[in-house]
Design a protein. Structure first.
Length: 168
């Protein structure tokens, strides 16, 4: 991993949000090293191949057999988490990375484990703060995500859209 960039373990739901907002390529302009597991990438393979995602800047990490066995053991104690979510959690611990996901049970686990956790709205705010996306562009992308039935916190989303459209 690139030491000058903060590691972020990204879940499929975030990638799907950015695909729905038609700004997935913009995500990788942020000063983060985005990584995910090979099993998470399968969830978005209808939209992008692993080769395309790697070309954009996503680090796809292959899980070894010992890790997979450990994950399935962990899953028995955390039945509310998918195996993909557990892979993100394990990678976040291994690489001391921020978890980027919209999954509630994963957020709860991150909180309990004292692992930093953020979602789509935080990434959009980062894109605006870094000057990568204009406030109006972020508002438009967020509206597109919502109209494409992405599961984002509605009240918080509307608040951000208003803020960005008013130029604050």
């Amino acid at each position: 991993m690139n030491k000058s960039r903060r590691n972020c373990c990204i879940d499929a739901n975030i990638l799907l949000d950015f695909i729905a907002g038609d700004i997935v390529d913009t995500l990788f302009l942020l000063p983060f090293a985005f990584l995910t597991s090979d099993i998470v990438v399968v969830e978005i393979s209808r939209s992008y191949s692993d080769i395309q995602l790697k070309q954009m800047g996503l680090n796809i990490l292959e899980l070894d057999e010992a890790t997979v066995l450990e994950m399935f053991s962990f899953k028995q104690q955390h039945i509310d988490l998918s195996i993909e979510d557990i892979s993100i959690y394990f990678l976040s611990l291994k690489y001391k990375a921020i978890i980027i996901s919209g999954d509630g049970p994963l957020r709860t686990l991150a909180d309990v484990s004292l692992v930093e956790y953020h979602g789509t709205l935080w990434l959009l705010e980062e894109l605006v703060q870094q000057g990568i996306l204009s406030p109006r562009g972020a508002a438009e992308a967020l509206r597109t995500m919502l109209s494409n039935k992405r599961w984002l916190p509605r009240a918080e989303s509307e608040k951000l859209i208003k803020k960005w459209e008013s130029g604050e």
